[in-house]
Design a protein around this ligand. Structure first.
Ligand code: SF4
Length: 183
């Protein structure tokens, strides 16, 4: 499984291609060392999913590992509602649906489908303000995911010059470690 791409890496790559370097470097490291306090707060709330505290109802599958042989992807879903066939990803506070958020759900969807689950709806849930964002899925989203996977597989730090966005750098969890931001 070593050439499998982690689904969370798709989001990181869209946010900033350089961040996949840190993602890979620190994926087995204690995240509290480099996560800012806002991210840690979000993660602590998020842990209720991994520890299956979201609900004891049998209709919810929580924190399940998923994979796709076709796309060589692997990751974890937050919640799958068996009854409504809805895939749900929770975040501490969502003010806007970024492309990377949606892409992660699309990747989780293709994994689940390959594993035999039907996914009719994809949603994001903002924990702090209790808001549900229902997302539309189209074949274009799948093409976009395929394109990002291709870009990640072919990414070469030496050859590609990424335009640095200072606004993104200020909100980047890898900010304190990153040398690319000064380029
Ligand atoms: S600090 Fe800036 S350049 Fe570095 S990974 Fe984050 S967004 Fe990219």
């Amino acid at each position: 499984m070593e050439d499998y791409i982690q689904i969370t890496k798709l989001n990181d790559f869209i946010f900033c291609p350089y961040s996949i370097y840190f993602h890979t470097l620190y994926q087995n490291y204690n995240e509290r060392v480099y996560h800012g306090s806002a991210q840690v707060a979000g993660k602590i709330k998020h842990e209720s999913i991994d520890k299956s505290k979201y609900s004891t109802e049998k209709r919810y599958i929580q924190g399940m590992a998923v994979y796709s042989e076709k796309y060589r992807l692997m990751g974890k879903i937050d919640i799958y509602d068996i009854k409504t066939k809805t895939l749900i990803e929770r975040k501490n506070k969502i003010v806007k649906i970024y492309d990377g958020y949606k892409l992660q759900l699309v990747a989780q969807k293709v994994c689940l489908e390959e594993m035999g689950y039907e996914v009719k709806n994809i949603e994001m849930y903002s924990i702090t303000d209790n808001k549900v964002w229902k997302l539309k899925y189209s074949e274009d989203d799948l093409k976009k995911m395929e394109d990002v996977i291709k870009q990640i597989r072919n990414f070469d730090f030496k050859k590609i010059n990424v335009e640095i966005n200072p606004e993104k750098c200020n909100n980047c969890i890898y900010n304190s470690l990153c040398n690319f931001k000064t380029i």
